[in-house]
Design a protein around this ligand. Sequence first.
Ligand code: ZN
Length: 307
Amino acid sequence: MPLSDTSHIAQAPRLTRLAPTPSGFLHVGNLLSFAATIALADRLHAKVLLRIDDLDRDRLRPAYLQDIFDTLHHMHIPWHQGPRDPEDFTGNWSQSLRMARYAEFLDALRAGGHLFACDCSRTQLVDGNYPGTCRHKNIPLDQPGVAWRLITSPDAIIPMRSIGKKRPPMRLPPSMYDFVVRKKNGEPAYQLASVADDLQFGVNLVVRGEDLLPSTLGQLYLASLLPPNPFPQTVFWHHPLLEGPSGHKLSKSAGDTSIRFMREQGMSPAEICTAAARMIDPGARPQNVLELGNWLLQREGADDRII
Ligand SMILES: [Zn+2]
């Protein structure tokens, strides 16, 4: 049975987002993703929101937060909405300020009978997947120290609009079966907060790596349970994982692929863009972030068609 499909209601992409996490210095993988995002926004006449995800307070460092703004300024990456600096972020945009909103969504899921409580530890996962252990244990949701999981159906077809590439009908992958929406410590899980934020800000164009496709499907599934459900109108572009010539993932590289390191070496924005592209293709020569993004979109076969 397909989830409610409102994709026939045409809606032009109007807002996309840069969504860095202040848990490390931004690296070449982030830069390429940002470049693709602003290039696609430019083509589709969409605005850009800076959405910094700081739910994971344990990994947050002020230096990482500052690095996001330093990098965006140095690389001349524009954004139209969102915090202008770390102080503005902390005072007005932190996810900690939207806890009431996340709680509302959790309440709606609970009222709809879409949740169950789980007291499993990580070691009880099978190949990283949740085998449904607590689904029928009837553990009270209000019991301290339990996670809240979403009751998912492996058969549901999940409609998704995307750029330029027709995909076969998609279902939730096993890694997302009964995924967690509230953590054991009572905080909202990433998927829940991400959906709530995108709905609140009106984000309807999302660029992210192909490795996050399961996450996208989980979020679309989750959004379909929350009335009203405008999320299926969101257009996605999942870019292939970016690899260097030797096949290593750029996003996993550390140290000298941080943009901060390049800045401190005195590299100009043009030099950093060229260096980033050349990690994938030694012949590439983009001179600014927009050129870098357009080079990437072309290379990966993304065009303006929304399917
Ligand atoms: Zn469990």
